[in-house]
Structures are given as C-alpha cells and as structure tokens.
Design a binder for this molecule. Structure first.
Ligand code: SAM
Length: 666
C-alpha cells in the first residue's frame, strides 16, 4: 500500500498551556479551552449523529475521518455512540493519518480531557506501533471498531474505494487548507465523494470557498453555518447524487439480504475464530467437525508460537504476515483480558526470540533495521542479552519480538467454541454443499443456512465449490523431552530453524519438522531425531542440559499433524468465485492483462473459505476471520485492498486467466 519504509511520526511542540502544535504544519491539533466542545459541535452535531444513532435502522454505522491526530474526535464520537446507539450495533470509525503521534504524545495530548479518561485509556492501551498500513483496534467488546490507517490521505482513500467501503458520515479534519493542501486536494474530495452514498453527510471546521464549491460540484448539498466559538463559519452537508465507483476483481461484493444462520465447516483455529466473532455480534454459528472434538488437525498441538517471519521488503506475504501478527496479538490479549483465555494455562504473550542462527537470518535481521528501528516492536540483542531474557544459555544474537508469545491452540479453539451463540456438531462429516435458496449440507441437518464458510484445510478440495484451490499438505511433528532436575528453562519462545516454547508440566516441546506432501500422522523416530538434531545444532548448551540422560528418540512422545498450505504461502480467505462466470467476465485479460473490466466479480452466494495457514494458524487466522466476518456482515474489512487481493480465493484463477490457462468447462 505504501513505499514509505516507516511511518514518520508527528513533530509536536507543546504550548505553555499544553496544547499540541504540529511543527510541520504550524497548526494546532485542538484548541485548549474548547477543543472537545468544538469537536462535538462541528463533527457530531453537524453530522446529526445523536439523532441518526437513536434511529439507526441497520446494525452498523461507518465514519471516516481525514486526520486522526490525537484521537479527540474519535473519543468524542465513541462517547456519543455509547449514549445513543442500540446495544447490539457496531460503530466502524476509519481514520487516516500520515504522521501518527507516538503513544507518549497521544497520552500527553489526551490528558487534557479528564472526562474522556476511561475511553482514552483504552485507546492508549491499544494504540498501534507507527507502522504504515491499516491497524484494526476493537474496543467496547468489539462494538466500536477503530481502523487506523497510517498512510497518505489519497493512497488510503483509493484503497478504501477498492475495498468497496461506504461512508455514512465524514469528519474532514486536516489542518487548515492553506497549511495542509494535500488533505483538501480536488482528488481527495473526489475520493470522498466516491466513498459516499446518497445522504452520506460530512462536516468540517473550514469554510474555504474553493472547498465548498468543489464539494457542491461533486454532488454535495453544502450548508454554511456559524463556526464554533469565535470562528465565523463552518461547512456541513449531504450527498445528493452518486455515481457508483468502478469495482476491482477483488473488491468485496455487498449482499442485499441479512445473514442470520451460518454453517462453518471445520472446528480448528480458522473456524473457531469466525464462529466466535460472529457469535459476539449475536449471529448464530453452527460449526461442523468430522472428528469427535475440535482442533484435531493442524490446530491440535498444545503449544504454538504467535509470530511472523518479518521482512524488510514489502511483499504481499510479508505485509500480510506483519498485519496478521499485529492484529492477532491485540486480539489474543483481549481474550486474556476478558477471561476467555487464562494466562499461563492457555499461553503467555510476553514476546518471543528469533535467533540469527545462520548467515541468511543474520543478513535478514540486519535489514529489518531499515524498517523497524523506529518502533518498539523489535529489539536487536546480542547473545548475552538474549540469554538473560530467555533464562537459558543462548549462543546466537537475534531479535526480541514484542507482540508475540505462545498459545495452546487446542485450548484456544475449545474456549472460543464454548461461547454463547455457537453450536459445535462433532462427528459431522459434511460431504457436499448445494445451493438452492440457501446452503444445504450433505451430512448435516436438514435445515438450510444463509451462508457457509469452508474452514477444513485440505478438506476444502472435496467440495465442488473449492476443489480447484491449490492446497498442499505438509506434515509436521513435535517432540516432547521429559525434563528432570533443576535445569534452567526458557521463559519465552525461542525460534531458530525449529522452535522451543517454555516447558509445560516438566516437558520440553521441540518443534517442528516439515515434510511436504506427507499425510501420515504416525509418530516417526526419524522426525524426533530431526527435532533433536536442530536443537543440538542451534542451542547446544540447552540441549546438553536437558539431554544429559540420553533419552532415546524412539521413546519420545510427540504429535504429528498435517498443515495445509497454499502454493504462494499466503492463506486463502474470502468469498469463492462462481468459476465459469468469473472466467467469462475476466477472459479479456488473457489478451490484455491491463484492461479495465467493470462490474462486481461473479461470486458464489454467501459461500466463503478460510484455509491454507501452514504453521502460522495462530497468527494468521484471527485477521482472516475478521475479514470473512466483514464480508458476511457487509462491514469494512480489516485488510487493506492489497491484502484483500493477496488472500482472495480467486487470485489463482485470475492468474490462470491472464496466462491463458483457464477454460470454461462444458
Ligand atoms: N482529528 C484530529 C484529532 O481529533 O485530534 C486532529 C487532526 S489534525 C487537525 C490534522 C491531521 O492530519 C494531523 O494529525 C496530520 O498529521 C494529518 N495529516 C496531514 N497531512 C496528511 C496527509 N497528507 N495524509 C494523512 N494525514 C495527514
């Protein structure tokens, strides 16, 4: 989405009265006496939010703000939402900010408003690292979703347009147009119009004539009102006419009917996160699992690491992997905070260590400095510092990844699936899916479902709707080494070629092997030996301390399971294409891949898929689940449009069409 390696954080001077002033733009973020009142007057009142929320006819409301700054407008809107909106509804507040404040600056600025402290503290606790891209923050048990986009305004608005997002109310809050022209450019106003529908409202503190005229020309009915306090005028208005914007092949397609009953196939991490997210919104989720309990496949280990292989390059996979890690860390933290998960028993989010264990990883970790040295996500440590942190002797330098830790994937699934509004059907093998005014499940109940989500890893290939997805199976085995005596143990996960989570119940888990296209789940001594050999090679001191009594590999306990991966190692999450119609629509791309093809992509009605997480299910599946929930509920996706296309189920088909390899079957 951006070429900027790091977001440039705000340069702020604090006036004597503590008011933040941007040195870059020479303008204040808010005025000290009346900033909050001004925000309420300009943005809340002139978008008529209290009245609109009291009479909310849909379950959601989308605000987009240009310029997040200190978050004052957001907090004011959140407070008003709590006072006026129906209890089960969801506010999506999307705010675009090119120069994010640091957490410390944010706290200092918001300390001005003691009346907002309760909300401000939650915002500050969840405020993301200043890393470019989209950050989804769920507040108020998910009823208030803040999407913070750290990006230039025009790039961010174009991205929202590709994601087919519609705004209900705009807060236009750049610095004064004379000081901050980019925020008020004609192009910016055109995007704003494209992202609006008839009756979408806007409000802004400025009354500059050029902006008023541009908005009028673009179809807004603009009203000039008395400005706040001593300010003379301000503008507000509503869109009166709208021209639909062009859709991309990956743009989420809005459905017109409400989805109330949902079948989810597969009770691993992918299915459990979707069921849990829907259930929290009051939507009943039926989860079908062919085994006799949940998390029996790739999600069945009792310790997994929440981490991501970070990259200095902005490739789709590394961008997805980073976004997924940052989101999942906040998501699991919320599960611990709300008591769904229990600290220590179900996992610990106290970071992880990634060793620079060979030349390639040394170079890679060095290069990460280009991108992450400005934020607190990563610390580069030498082997003494790492040994100190890990609590065991470590022979390599490496990095400490803060937003990380370990979790028990099986417990995560169990606990999520126990929540209200979720029904788990075990021993239920669904062998086919058929659509006739709703989804019918062969092997399931006779009732039909409004929507179906396929979450059963490689099992997805057994359904005609998803049979062509390029999924592959990768066997992975973990080994358990019994610990005896008072040996030092790692306090947090250590990752090298394999990984080493903190021991549980006097057993040291060592993971994991990687065997492509092997689908056996029998324990293998050869795989135990591979795990031990890696441990010995990369952590020899620890290996010697726990293997002093020469445990025989063939006697070790362990677990082997099959992970499902995709050919490009990026998961598949989204709505499935109606294959023949999709080929028909996009076949002109075989002649000219750059050709614009308008109109929504032909997709199967309310049929979604979430598979292909490889060994990263813990970190990848929460963000993909949230994306699928956004498709089901017609709400903004937490993924940038670049990542929507990177994870789209039809991306492989589109590539085949472009290469002239796709044909329509008779
Ligand atoms: N709404 C904010 C609040 O409640 O504190 C105040 C916003 S402040 C007046 C304007 C914001 O626009 C600043 O935070 C500034 O960094 C941001 N900004 C300026 N130029 C931008 C651009 N080209 N793209 C995105 N954000 C920009």
């Amino acid at each position: 989405m951006t070429e900027q390696p790091q977001a440039t954080t705000a340069n702020i001077e604090w006036r004597g009265n503590g008011v933040p002033v941007s040195t870059e733009f020479g303008d204040v973020y808010f005025s000290s006496n009346n900033g909050l009142e001004e925000s309420r007057y300009v943005f809340l009142q002139h978008n008529q939010l209290a009245q609109r929320w009291q009479n909310l006819s849909s379950n959601t409301f989308n605000i987009i703000e240009t310029g997040f700054g200190t978050g004052l407008n957001f907090l004011a809107a959140w407070e008003l939402w709590q006072q006026n909106a129906p209890a089960n509804s969801q506010l999506h507040f999307i705010s675009i900010e090119k120069y994010p404040l640091t957490k410390q600056q944010l706290s200092q600025a918001l300390a001005h408003w003691p009346e907002l402290k309760l909300l401000a503290d939650q915002l500050i606790a969840n405020y993301p690292h200043p890393i470019p891209g989209q950050h989804r923050i769920e507040l108020n048990a998910g009823n208030v979703c803040l999407s913070l986009i750290f990006e230039d305004i025009e790039i961010a608005l174009a991205d929202l347009q590709h994601n087919n997002i519609k705004c209900d109310a705009w807060f236009l809050d750049g610095f004064a147009p004379s000081k901050n022209p980019a925020m008020w450019s004609r192009q910016t106003l055109e995007y704003i119009t494209a992202l609006s529908e008839v009756n979408t409202s806007f409000a802004t503190f400025t009354a500059v004539g050029r902006i008023r005229r541009d908005l009028q020309q673009l179809g807004f009915e603009v009203t000039k009102s008395k400005g706040y306090g001593i300010k003379r005028d301000m503008l507000s208005g509503v869109l009166k006419q709208h021209t639909p914007a062009a859709m991309q092949w990956y743009s989420p397609v809005k459905h017109s009917t409400d989805i109330n009953s949902i079948a989810i196939i597969g009770a691993g991490l992918a299915g459990a996160h979707i069921a849990y997210g829907l259930a929290k919104l009051g939507i009943n989720a039926h989860v079908f699992e062919e085994q006799d309990s949940c998390a029996q496949g790739g999600s069945g280990n009792d310790q997994g690491i929440l981490y991501s292989r970070l990259s200095h390059e902005k490739l789709h996979l590394s961008e997805f992997s980073l976004a997924a890690l940052l989101y999942s860390y906040r998501y699991y933290q919320a599960l611990f905070n709300s008591g769904v998960l229990t600290e220590k028993d179900d996992g610990e989010l106290n970071g992880s260590i990634q060793l620079a264990f060979n030349d390639k990883t040394k170079v890679l970790q060095e290069k990460l400095k280009q991108r992450f040295s400005n934020d607190s996500l990563i610390k580069w440590l030498n082997c003494e510092e790492i040994s100190e942190l890990a609590g065991i002797e470590i022979e390599h330098n490496g990095i400490y990844l803060r937003d990380s830790g370990w979790l028990n994937p099986q417990q995560v699934c169990k606990k999520l699936l126990k929540q209200p509004n979720i029904t788990l059907h075990t021993n239920s093998k669904i062998s086919a899916l058929d659509y006739a005014d709703g989804w019918h499940l062969t092997g399931g109940p006779s009732t039909k479902f409004d929507a179906v989500v396929i979450c059963n890893a490689s099992g997805a290939m057994s359904y005609t709707q998803s049979t062509d997805l390029p999924l592959k199976s990768i066997r992975g085995q973990i080994s358990y080494i019994p610990l005896a005596g008072a040996v030092d143990r790692p306090n947090l996960p250590v990752c090298y070629e394999g990984y080493l989570p903190p021991p549980q119940d006097n057993q040291q888990c060592v993971g994991a092997t990687f065997n492509l296209n092997d689908t056996s789940t029998q324990l293998s001594t050869a795989d135990h030996l591979t795990n031990l050999a890696q441990l010995q090679q990369y952590l020899p001191t620890y290996y010697n301390s726990i293997m002093y009594n020469n445990v025989a590999a063939e006697k070790l306990k362990g677990r082997a399971s099959i992970r499902c991966a995709t050919t490009d190692y990026t998961p598949i999450a989204g709505q499935l294409a109606d294959q023949d119609k999709f080929i028909q629509q996009y076949i002109p791309l075989a002649k000219n891949a750059k050709r614009t093809i308008s109109g929504a992509a032909p997709l199967l009605p309310n049929c979604y898929v979430s598979v292909g997480y490889g060994s990263r299910g813990l970190s990848y599946s929460p963000l993909c689940a949230q994306h699928i929930i956004s498709l089901i509920t017609n709400t903004p996706s937490p993924l940038s449009s670049k990542l929507v296309s990177a994870t789209h189920p039809a991306r492989f088909l589109l590539r085949d069409i472009i290469k002239g390899k796709a044909t329509i079957e008779d």
